[in-house]
Ligand binder design. Structure first.
Ligand code: PLP
Length: 397
């Protein structure tokens, strides 16, 4: 029965990790998959997470199933992180949150919810975007359209083209926005631009959906939510997919959340009942551990302060690597201006390297970056910086 099945193409990002692992070169450098690494190239468990886990080990009395949306404490903690502790959206009970298996699980829930309950609408995604967006929403049966986001000639956002494209969206269409640290470009809207986008969505009757996978990696947990909070003030209905893989370093625990904001409590509760039915037939109920860690940290002022400090350390290290990268490229004789990399947010940068240069980096120098030229800046260290920049200088020659 299986002999007629042809092989699926490797995932463009996770497939690269497999190739990297199989590469015998000792000086290979992995700037592919979006995982934070410290100065030693490791992805350690955060200390705040270890402490929360110790508390949980002591306290846990049962491994019985969670309810479909997970615990109420987790839902509230997620909402407070998104909207602010005293937000009206929370007070008015307009937000409903389901604990999902990672941010990807939240996106899939959103995709299924849109397909089944919002009619024949189009979901607008940025060009470029995270490679898996297309896969997840296509798998959910949605129609996709792209809005412009990036101008390669300027290595910057093309906001007027973005607005012009979104003006073409029809009432009821969904607009997917990256909450912060746009993946793959690292370029985010300004506060003024967020306001313009929120007004546009409200005026045209578009449903905004935030993919929020890097809260805390640009400027800080509160600062990074500025766009979302502007939307929450302007637009009556919203969808949000959160991921805590990166900001809590809980990658393999699969902890994320799907949040739905309705016009008023009853409408939100009713719409959310459909989200629960969808979750029931996909994964039934979520895995407990990661969310219990997040809840424990966010509800304990000492652990929360420690987590915020650890997050700041990750953020600051990435920023320092951006500066060092630009400086080292110059020192290696690269004349092309890469200073835009210092202005970008989060783990990723669109380097402007083309496919041939990306291939040459891998084949000749053991440097792995995504085909689009996206670099994971968090994979840079003081140790690999000179070899990395020397390799880039060579492929640019
Ligand atoms: N959204 C974006 C933009 C991402 O970059 C990622 C992960 O790389 C995700 C969602 C998915 O996160 P998770 O690993 O929690 O499923």
């Amino acid at each position: 029965m299986f002999e007629k099945i042809s092989a699926a193409p490797a995932d463009p990002i996770l497939g690269l990790t497999e190739e990297f692992k199989a590469d015998p070169r000792e000086d290979k450098i992995n700037l592919g998959v979006g995982v934070y690494k410290n100065e030693h190239g490791e992805t350690p468990v955060l200390t705040s997470v270890k402490k929360a886990e110790a508390l949980l080990l002591d306290k846990e009395t049962s491994k019985s199933y969670l309810s479909i949306p997970g615990t109420a404490e987790y839902g509230l903690a997620v909402q407070q992180l998104l909207f602010g502790e005293h937000a009206d959206v929370i007070k008015d009970k307009r937000a409903q949150t389901a604990h999902s298996p990672g941010g990807t699980g939240a996106l899939r829930l959103a995709g299924e919810f849109i397909k089944r309950h919002l009619g024949d609408v189009t979901i607008w995604i940025s060009n470029p975007t995270w490679a898996n967006h297309k896969g997840v929403f296509t798998a959910a049966g949605l129609t996709l359209a792209e809005y412009s986001y990036y101008d390669p000639a300027k290595n910057d956002k093309d906001f007027s083209a973005m607005v012009a494209d979104l003006e073409k969206a029809a009432a009821g269409d969904v607009v997917l926005l990256h909450g912060c640290c746009h993946n793959p470009t690292g370029i985010d809207p300004t506060e003024q631009e967020w306001q313009t986008l929120a007004d546009l969505c409200q005026r045209k009757g578009l449903l905004p959906m935030f993919d929020f996978a890097y809260q805390g990696f640009a400027k800080g947990v509160e600062e990074d939510a500025v766009g979302l909070r502007i939307f929450a003030n302007v637009c009556p209905e919203l969808l949000i997919a959160s991921s805590f893989s990166k900001n809590f370093g809980l990658y393999n625990e699969r902890v994320g959340a799907f949040t739905l904001v309705g016009r008023q409590e009853q409408e939100a509760v009713t719409a959310f009942s459909q989200v629960k039915s969808i979750a029931r037939v996909i994964y039934s109920n979520p895995p407990a551990h990661g969310a219990a860690v997040v809840t424990t940290i966010l509800n304990d002022p000492t652990l929360k302060a420690e987590w915020l400090q650890e997050l700041a350390t990750m953020r600051d290290r990435i920023k320092a690597m951006r500066t060092e990268f630009v400086k080292t490229l110059k020192a290696q004789g690269v004349s092309r201006d890469f200073s835009f990399i210092e202005q970008q947010n989060g783990m990723f940068s669109f380097s402007g390297l083309n496919k041939d240069q990306v291939n040459a980096l891998k084949a000749d120098h053991g440097v792995y970056i995504v085909g689009s030229g996206r670099l994971n800046v968090a994979g840079m260290t003081h140790t690999n910086m000179v070899p990395l920049c020397t390799a880039i200088a060579k492929v640019l020659d």
